[in-house]
Design a protein around this ligand. Structure first.
Ligand code: UN1
Length: 481
């Protein structure tokens, strides 16, 4: 079997790469593929192709664009298991999660195909009786899309699908750690007959490919998901040429557990929120504020749950938590947790697993901390791994104040049976997404998704909200001659 290579897709052609690097399975260190190395020249070719394709694609009936999305969804649905396996091998998430994600990507395509037949634009009454006054939505042009490795099927899909249905063309940079997975989406769109140049993919380092996209005059807008630091750098560069920018960045998501909570479901939801995908989600649960009378029992149950988790290779069906995505990420997380250990109490996990099969991959145990200062690095900064900390709180006011104390505002959850407390939490918590009695992660396709302040910038993604970023508004005064 030949090793698959993540190649560039430019102007409808798969381009044979010059330089490549290894694509490694973080679960066992095996080289599973090659990744093209590209730079500004490939980005330029991709942008030129996207510009040439722009008017033809925008001029199609929306239903013709929808047909391409739907047919791509058909192709992907025929192979969600296979797609999930590739995802697991490339970036480590357990197959059970990877399958859900590949099915979700197909569902995203179907939702956005449906946008072709939903109303958009608005009609107004003009002050002049004879005037028809309304707005029209038109494509923005060429969208530069930069996606991360943690949802390598879903995130490229939820950016590309709205870009395409609203008539834009795109240049996509897929993250190295999961580029082969992301390319399945492009293969499906190619098979579905998307015209040349409408989507283009360039594989390479963020500092070269991403930077070239952000600086290219032929790119009209940038949609990015990744770290807060990288996102802010993109915003700074992109604003020099007044590009439209949408940033989905880090999170440091809090959970409040009140005295009246259903304790076991709160524990289960915190474990799921903190450790699914080995905590590598911007929506992962990191901080838990528990009513003092439940604090000991909650912590004990969470530690039992975390220490009992089956950490292993993602393709084993019994695995509950897989490896981290690569050595660099693992080392960064372990070092941050070592610093945390000096400031608080580590109850379980948090260390590299090296025995037996673990020695070949990027494995660590899920970590639960307590007794960390509220101003510690752990309490304030996102550490992108399977780690969560618990603190006792005395009342709702303190819980909400602590929940709101970081510079990230993505997702937040409360566990309670008390309606008034839930309502107060919904009103007062700083977050783009609020959960009552469910985990902090998750994003249904048909509703807006996005954070505030350090977590997000620009219009939200998904659902009908996507139209805000991927279209521009024209106001039309139509008068009789
Ligand atoms: C989810 O919680 O299912 O990068 C989605 C991330 C987010 C997506 C989370 N943008 O983790």
């Amino acid at each position: 079997m030949t090793t698959p290579t993540a190649r560039n897709f430019i102007d409808g052609q798969w381009v044979d790469p010059g330089n490549t690097i290894d694509d490694t399975d973080p679960g066992n260190g095996e080289v599973i593929g090659r990744l093209a190395r590209s730079g500004a020249a490939e980005v330029d070719a991709a942008v030129q192709a996207a510009r040439r394709a722009a008017s033809g694609w925008a001029d199609l009936a929306a239903s013709a664009r929808a047909r391409v999305l739907r047919e791509a969804a058909d192709h992907l649905e025929a192979s969600t298991d296979d797609w999930g396996r590739l995802m697991t091998r490339e970036m480590g998430k357990p197959l059970t999660e990877a399958r859900v994600e590949s099915a979700r990507a197909a569902a995203i395509l179907r939702f956005f195909a449906g946008e072709a037949h939903r109303p958009f634009g608005q009609q107004y009454a003009s002050d002049q009786a004879q005037t028809w006054l309304f707005t029209r939505r038109s494509p923005v042009g060429v969208i530069g899309i930069i996606t991360p490795w943690n949802f390598p099927a879903a995130i490229p899909t939820w950016k590309l699908a709205p870009a395409l249905i609203f008539g834009n063309t795109a240049v996509l940079k897929l993250a190295d750690d999961a580029a082969l997975t992301g390319l399945r989406l492009i293969e499906a769109l190619d098979k579905a007959g998307i015209p040349p140049g409408v989507i283009n993919v360039v594989i390479g380092r963020g500092t070269e490919v991403g930077a070239a996209m952000v600086e290219h005059d032929g790119v009209d807008a940038i949609s990015f998901t990744g770290s807060t630091e990288t996102g802010r750098g993109i915003l700074e560069k992109a604003s020099r040429s007044a590009k439209r920018v949408q940033l989905e960045m880090g999170g440091h998501n809090p959970v409040i557990v009140r005295s009246d909570a259903a304790l076991d479901s709160a524990v289960a939801a915190v474990a799921l929120g903190a450790f699914a995908s080995a905590g590598q989600k911007c929506t992962a649960t990191r901080r838990v504020y528990v009513a003092r009378d439940l604090y000991d029992s909650f912590t004990e149950k969470l530690v039992v749950k975390a220490s009992g988790m089956n950490v292993g290779y993602g393709l084993d069906e019994s695995t509950e938590m897989g490896p981290l995505v690569n050595e660099v990420q693992l080392t960064g997380v372990l070092e941050a947790l070592e610093r945390a250990e000096k400031q608080g109490k580590l109850h379980c996990g948090g260390k590299r697993l090296t025995e037996g099969e673990y020695a070949k991959g990027c494995y660590m145990g899920p970590a639960v901390f307590t007794d960390l200062p509220h101003d510690s690095e752990f309490a304030c900064e996102e550490i992108f791994g399977p780690n969560v900390a618990v603190w006792p709180v005395d009342d709702d006011e303190e819980a909400i104040e602590r929940a709101n104390a970081t510079s990230y505002d993505l997702s937040a959850a409360i566990f309670t049976r008390d309606l008034d407390s839930a309502k107060k939490f919904i009103e007062q918590v700083k977050a783009g997404i609020v959960h009552v009695n469910s985990q902090t992660a998750g994003a249904e396709v048909h509703v807006p998704f996005g954070g505030l302040s350090g977590s997000g910038y620009g219009p939200h993604e998904q659902g009908r909200a996507a139209i805000e970023f991927y279209t521009q508004t024209k106001t039309i005064y139509l008068d009789p001659a």
